[in-house]
Design a protein around this ligand. Sequence first.
Ligand SMILES: [Zn+2]
Length: 367
Amino acid sequence: MLAILYDPDSLLHKTVELLSSKLVPAFESPERLDAILKALHLSEYDLRSIQFSTTADAPRKARLLELASTNHNEGYIQHLQTVHDDWVKAGLIEREGHVLAECFTYPASTGKPLRPPKDLYARAGYYSFDLSSGVMSETYKAALASANLAFEGADMLLGVSETNPSQLDTIFALCRPPGHHCDGQRIGGYCYINNAAVAVATWRSKFPDARIAILDIDFHHGNGTQEIFYSDPKVMYVSIHGEDEYPYYTGAEDETGIESGRGFNINYPLKVGSSLDEYLEKLRSGLKHLSQHKPDFLIVSLGFDTFHGDPLGSFQIHTEDYGPIGRITRQTLLGIPALILLEGGYVIQHLGDNVLSFLKGWNHTTP
Ligand SMILES: [Zn+2]
């Protein structure tokens, strides 16, 4: 059984990005979530609204921040919360304006540890790695709402596994903004909080030694998730993504983990325009590794920018193909509590059907 979670506050967030020297509304827009919700409202799925800002009590809010702090820098979370207001107060932007960096950190030969700069304006660059993710007035609220869905989803699966494991084994969290590009201390790729990391922290708060599988099937490499768990042998991260595509500097096959985490990070870069068969071959291989990891908990970072014609992605994957992708994934890791987290996907007119196709496949796990 499957339930789907969303937070209406996720619709508040709009952002801007710099493309070809022009500041434009980001592809990551509220219309994406709206399209998915419209399709789901017309379906029979168990769709639940969870409005973090109005329904969570103070201890619940503190708990979410505590879990986020497990894998996110405290100064970074503080920055997310205050930077927009600080810029407005300092007269750098109007209330409806956005925060974007001017200068990023870079490797230096001095060997000095990097510290957040004192200058308020410069700090935006210290806590980000690209120009795709402006911080607007509602960004922090939406990022918390999104992370909360990962927390609630993992928490629900923890509770259900004790009482009635057969009733609910999958939560699909319609997280927006997405999370897999955030490395715990830098905004980037439309991501502000790494939702998968929040889910892992939630699961580990009850099962510290749990073995966890993360399957990342967004078109783009989840550099942030990889970074957070790169030395962690209990968390196996598998990603299938476009070769030489955004975020450009990560995602190669030889990035396999470090220290005791070596062998637990597996990347499958695939050429742009790859066919469904080529994609499924990598998926089966990745799932085999995840299955051998014997996970107690499965996280799927699910992006629909693998869809043919996506402006930011593009494999030769069509609406009906998401069925087998969902079915093969669930069949291989059957019965394991699974949290699916929404990542990218920018062909808005097909997003709803693509989600329904994936869920249909996920739910039809018998041949
Ligand atoms: Zn993506």
